[in-house]
Design a protein around this ligand. Structure first.
Ligand SMILES: N[C@@H](CCC(=O)N[C@@H](CS)C(=O)NCC(=O)O)C(=O)O
Length: 210
């Protein structure tokens, strides 16, 4: 049985949850308690030495330790519906917006949160090693996340979805970043009408409730 190592409250595994639902892949779920540091314990480290969620145990028994591997595997194993684009140009657009949603969106919010939250002192980055917070990065992350909201709004002014007219994995990553931003008190507002329209349209997909 395919098994997702998950944490219901964390944004990165939400990306995998939504992707599995969009692909219609049945799977078991194991919750990893990040608040109690279970990801750093010996049992989980033996499953995923990166000490992060999500991880996916495949039908073949391999463990995929990050979203990039999980997305590549699921697209190859379950090509329908295609979530990485179909035409060469669509595929390029998906790759670009996927990268931007990770770097300008998710990582910006993570930078803001992880460098300011007292609960994350010495855990400024995920993974097996401890890193001290750099308070200046919190403000920078917030500024970058605000810029990302504006970037999405501009892009969605003349496109139904981020990579064009077809829903793709880039939309999954971007929506997870936008929703995650609430944790640093950032929400789309009246100045983001296109972003709000896109978010409302995505809300109709059952996967988005996950
Ligand atoms: N590159 C990884 C990043 C995963 C990641 O950062 N996961 C966070 C939860 S959102 C985590 O496991 N954090 C554990 C920690 O902070 O120690 C992916 O997207 O798969």
């Amino acid at each position: 049985m395919i098994t997702l190592y998950d944490c219901a409250t964390a944004p990165s595994p939400r990306r995998a949850r939504i992707l599995l639902a969009e692909k219609g892949v049945a799977h078991a779920t194991v919750q990893v308690d990040l608040r109690r540091g279970e990801q750093l314990g010996a049992a989980y480290r033996a499953i995923n030495p990166l000490c992060t969620v999500p991880a996916l145990r495949t039908e073949e028994g391999a463990v995929l330790g990050d979203n990039a591997a999980i997305a590549a595997y699921l697209e190859a194993r379950h090509p329908e519906p295609p979530l990485h684009g179909v035409t060469p140009l669509e595929r390029a657009a998906v790759a670009s917006w996927q990268w931007r949603s990770e770097f300008e969106g998710l990582l910006a919010v993570a930078e803001a949160l992880r460098n300011s939250s007292p609960a994350m002192a010495s855990r400024a980055l995920p993974g097996p090693d401890d890193y001290a917070q750099i308070p200046e990065l919190a403000a920078r992350g917030l500024a970058r996340a605000r810029r990302f909201f504006a970037t999405l709004n501009d892009r969605l002014a003349d496109h139904a979805y981020l990579a064009g007219e077809r829903f793709s994995i880039a939309d999954i990553t971007a929506v997870v970043a936008v929703d995650f931003a609430r944790i640093v008190r950032l929400k789309p507002g009246d100045e983001h009408p296109h972003l709000l329209r896109w978010r409302a349209a995505l809300a109709l997909r059952p996967s988005m409730a996950l």
